[in-house]
Design a protein around this ligand. Structure first.
Ligand SMILES: Cc1cc2nc3c(=O)[nH]c(=O)nc-3n(C[C@H](O)[C@H](O)[C@H](O)COP(=O)(O)OP(=O)(O)OC[C@H]3O[C@@H](n4cnc5c(N)ncnc54)[C@H](O)[C@@H]3O)c2cc1C
Length: 480
């Protein structure tokens, strides 16, 4: 089964996964009210690949079957541009509000499989080979994959360096005839209700000799012992008038418990090997995955600029203040677009003939985005002001007693009718002000770790010869 349709994706979610939300243990993720909107929203992402095959489908390099372009292992600079087209098309569909459409993990595992040699070290050749096979399965079955990387926070003074006695952090506890058994927890797994499988791979490095914590694998969501504790739904109303984004894009986040979960041997990619665990995320991963995340972020900022511009027009706000705020937002969108282009214009060849964008522009962007995204929300609130709350519901719009008042008193400037104005401000509120917006803002601040950590890392890894030479001239020159 190559590239799936939305209906096929929804059928795949009907399994025995153990997942809780609100006061319910969910038996059907597709129809539960907390999940139904996003399940169908994600199904639309699967349908999209058949609606826009020219952007989203490529032939599998071995079978020729149509697979999603996000599974591509780029083998040339042109491939990177080709992948960009597909990633941008997906990002446009959710206007970047869904951070974890499956292309995120598809790109990640395409990179892992392409640069397999980064995993085939310190005796992990078999694990690396299994992962290459797994990526074939992922792309040919068009699997929706989530991931969980971070240890739960219990005591921030100690958690970063797990002691051997730690009984919270996910760890291997036994070998079995067919594989390994793992126990513990990780935080979080975005997309959990809408994934077919979950991936565990390294987040932050472990201290030396932490072998029992050094595991990586992928397993189906319904694997016995896996338990998913979801946060409250932020979907809001089910209809697209009241909640234009929440009604379809609440991708969910779950805390994950591994209650003695058996992982089949062919799905174990790192089996108690701290050296490999601490190595694999330090090479090509960053420049590969950042193409997906930053194409999404750039698209989201462009949408925010468009939204803010339409809001200002709706209320005839041509004030210098509004123009300056719009200019600030445009600058973020344009800088993001330019950084992605700069990275793609000077790609680098990694091992096995794999090509990924230049790391520096994308790292700088990733480190800055946690500050721009909340500011974009703030700008939308500053421009929107009370208008963001003068937004009758769809039920009110259809109330014959109320509608004449709405049409008379809530229309916009330059003849904009009330319905268009209300839709616009509801969209803006869902983007910047609702519970969904608050969760998405938290996501932008913290997915792939905090802005602070990203800033720290980006500059540590950046080439500094020219910067230092500019300084050195003044330190080394003759005084008289
Ligand atoms: C909505 C959402 C979805 C997520 N989805 C997933 C998922 O699907 N899979 C997954 O594995 N994880 C997921 N995560 C978890 C995410 O990876 C972690 O939340 C992230 O790594 C941040 O963890 P932390 O609190 O340890 O961050 P830290 O980097 O420790 O930051 C914590 C605080 O310390 C500050 N700080 C850190 N370093 C410095 C410094 N040097 N100087 C000054 N201040 C500093 C930060 O600014 C921040 O305020 C998700 C998180 C969120 C919020």
């Amino acid at each position: 089964m190559p590239a799936r349709t939305g209906a096929e994706f929804l059928r795949g979610l009907k399994d025995d996964r153990q997942i809780w939300v609100g006061s319910d243990k969910v038996t059907d993720a597709v129809s539960h009210p907390a999940f139904a909107g996003a399940a169908h929203g994600m199904a639309a992402v699967f349908d999209l690949q058949h609606e826009a095959p020219e952007d989203l489908l490529i032939p599998d390099p071995e079978t020729g079957e149509a697979i999603n372009v996000s599974h591509m292992i780029p083998k040339s600079p042109e491939d990177i541009k080709r992948r960009h087209r597909g990633l941008r098309r997906i990002a446009e569909h959710t206007v970047g509000v869904m951070g974890r459409t499956p292309d995120y993990m598809n790109v990640t595992y395409a990179g892992f499989a392409g640069c397999w040699d980064e995993w085939a070290l310190h005796g992990n050749e078999t694990g690396a080979a299994r992962q290459v096979e797994y990526q074939k399965f992922l792309r040919r079955k068009d699997i929706s994959l989530t991931h969980t990387l971070i240890h739960p926070t219990i005591d921030k003074a100690r958690d970063e360096m797990p002691g051997q006695e730690n009984d919270v952090i996910l760890r291997k506890i036994a070998d079995t005839e067919h594989g390994i058994v793992v126990r513990g927890a990780r935080i979080l797994a975005t997309l959990a209700p809408f994934s077919d499988e979950i991936a565990v791979y390294p987040g932050r490095p472990l201290p030396e000799n932490s072998d029992k914590f050094a595991v990586s694998f992928c397993i189906p969501m319904a694997t016995p012992g896996l338990k998913f504790i979801c946060r409250d739904s932020v979907a809001g109303a089910a209809n697209r008038f009241d909640a234009p984004l929440g009604s379809r894009f609440d991708e969910q986040d779950a805390f994950v418990v591994f209650d003695d979960v058996e992982v089949p041997r062919d799905r174990v990619f790192i089996d108690g090997n701290t050296k490999v665990y601490n190595h694999v995320m330090t090479k090509s991963w960053n420049s590969n995955v950042m193409q997906q995340t930053m194409v999404r972020a750039a698209t989201k900022l462009e949408f925010a600029w468009g939204l803010a511009t339409a809001m200002a027009e709706a209320i005839g706000d041509k004030s210098p203040n509004a123009q300056q705020l719009l200019g600030e937002l445009w600058s973020y969108a344009e800088l993001a677009r330019s950084a992605v282009q700069a990275a793609e214009d000077r790609p680098k060849e990694w091992s096995n003939g794999c090509w990924f964008p230049a790391a520096e522009p994308l790292s700088a962007l990733r480190a800055t985005m946690p500050f721009w995204m909340p500011r974009a929300n703030e700008i939308i609130k500053l421009l929107g002001s009370h208008n963001l709350l003068a937004t009758p519901t769809w039920a009110m719009m259809r109330d014959p007693e109320l509608r004449p008042y709405i049409d008379k008193y809530l229309h916009g400037a330059h003849g904009m009718d009330a319905e268009r104005r209300i839709r616009l401000f509801r969209l803006a509120w869902d983007y910047a002000g609702t519970a969904l917006a608050s969760r998405v803002e938290l996501y932008e601040r913290f997915y792939l770790t905090s802005g602070a950590r990203n800033q720290m890392r980006a500059q540590i890894n950046a080439p500094r010869d020219r910067a230092m030479a500019l300084v050195e001239r003044f330190l080394a020159e003759a005084v008289e």
